[in-house]
Each structure stands twice: as C-alpha cells, then as structure tokens.
Unconditional design. Sequence first.
Length: 186
Amino acid sequence: MAVLAIANNFHQANQRSRDTHEKRWLKPNPRFVKLNVDASFHVDEGTGATAAVIQDEKGNFLAAQCKYLTHVSDVVTSETLAMRNGLAFANSFGFPRVEAESDSTTVIEYFSGQTRWWDAAAAIFAECVDVSSLIGKVTFKHCDRSSNQAAHVLASHSFCNKINSSWVNEPPAYLIPKLLDDVIPS
C-alpha cells in the first residue's frame, strides 16, 4: 500500500500540462464567487497544508484560509481535504453559488464523474458532496497551476509555519501581489 501511495504521489507531483501557455485566473460567472483551493503535501513528514481563496466576480478578495495538516497519507487526500475545507469555508459565509477550482486533475475528475473513488480520499469526497448540497449551486473546474498561485502561496505559508489562519476582506500582505496578478492584465 505504501509503495502505491509513493508512486501515486510521484505521478501527481510530476504530471505536466500539455499546454505550455501560461493560463491566468478567470473571473467566475455572474453572481458566483470563485473558490480556488490548493494543498501542500510532504511525503517524508506525512504532513501538509490546505488553502482556500475566495474572490467575487470582479476579482475582489473576499476571504482566505489555510490549515496545517499534521497527518495526511498522500497527495490526493491532501488535495481533496483542500476542496472540503474550502467548500466548508465558503459555506460558512452563506455564498449560494460557488465556482470551485483546483489544479489537481484527479480531484476535478472525481467531481465530474470521470473517475471513481476507490482510495483513502473517498470519505472526504463524500463530505465535499454533502457540503456542496448545503451551499446550493457548486461547479467544479480544473485550473492550471499558474492560475492558482494565491492558494498555492497560502498552502506553502501554512506548511512552512505550521499554522492555521483565516482572513476576511483584507488579505495578508504577502498574498497581495498574487491577487493583483489575477486581476490586472499583463
């Protein structure tokens, strides 16, 4: 089982997009908020972190959170925990329509029904479905790693500092450059 987890982690970490063109963050559909999630996983320590960033249809920062994971088995589990934590965070604000994005192809394929859940993350996936039903309308989309940098920075910050934090209306200073990159055309 451990060998399979290590092989899966290696595959997930080294999976490259065929399109080398850098993609940018896209605004959500009108009346939706955008939830970008990401995870950090460190196999040697069996730890990681999750992050969620919520922005409105104009790209304005609404809220963010990061959570340190003291025990996590693999990269798919950490990415699924990121989605669950992000959905629960969005639900706590009462947003009725959420576009949830992850740069994990595997997680998005699970939500779109392209892949069946037969691994350790199955119970977490079920929790995501439950939280989604509480929100109302949730759409799941894959995003390129380059358009998920704000969530990536938060997950890395949480892992490096072993902290849980959340912000509402005012992002942490170190996140502002990534948020600006999202909404200002280059």
